[in-house]
Write a protein of this length. Structure first.
Length: 190
């Protein structure tokens, strides 16, 4: 009975570490911490975002940095995570809701746009030297919505809370010392 309990605890720890990995991905994207983002992938990892991108982890980090440049703000929520484990290998389906606020162009009259999507990442993970990282990610789009942004709404909600930012001036960087850019370093579950 004790061996079974230890095995269940080890499995729970693995699931927790995989969820932390997924959550760190969202944070790295939303705070534009590309050093953190790259640390979440093994060197031989690959990424597929439909027809937009397919390549290595290094190529993905470079591509996504450029792709995010046209976004004033992004927010990625992992709302449901399922993991299947087999020793040092795991697979996961991560259901996500993502928000992108695209910059407008006053010169051309293009408005600020909001795009919200529901997608799933179909992931493969590997644990090496006791650390879980992404081995492969494949993104499936389930739904999408886009609209012109009502930028005046940002000033009237949440008791005038400071707006979130994608750079080092975000409140999570200035108020939480463990959350400063690059402070997570290479992903370590312990």
């Amino acid at each position: 009975m004790q061996d079974r309990q230890l095995a269940r605890l080890a499995e729970a720890a693995d699931r927790s570490e995989l969820r932390q990995l997924v959550d760190l991905y969202g944070r790295a994207i939303d705070r534009r911490d590309f050093t953190l983002l790259r640390s979440l992938y093994w060197d031989d990892a690959t990424e597929e975002h439909g027809n937009m991108f397919r390549g290595t982890a290094d190529e993905y980090v470079s591509w996504v940095e450029g792709a995010l440049a046209m976004n004033e703000m992004t927010v990625h929520y992992a709302v449901n995570t399922l993991f299947a484990l087999d020793g040092d290998y795991a697979e996961g389906e991560v259901c996500k809701v993502s928000y992108h606020r695209l910059t407008g162009d006053p010169k051309t009259g293009d408005p600020v746009r909001e795009v919200t999507t529901g997608s799933r990442s179909l992931d493969r993970y590997a644990r090496r030297n006791g650390v879980w990282k992404f081995l492969h990610r494949y993104v499936v789009l389930d739904w999408a919505e886009q609209r012109d942004a009502d930028t005046s709404a940002y000033a009237s909600f949440a008791a005038n809370s400071p707006p979130g930012r994608v750079d080092g001036e975000d409140a999570s960087f200035t108020r939480l010392r463990f959350f400063r850019p690059g402070s997570f370093g290479a992903y370590r579950p312990d």
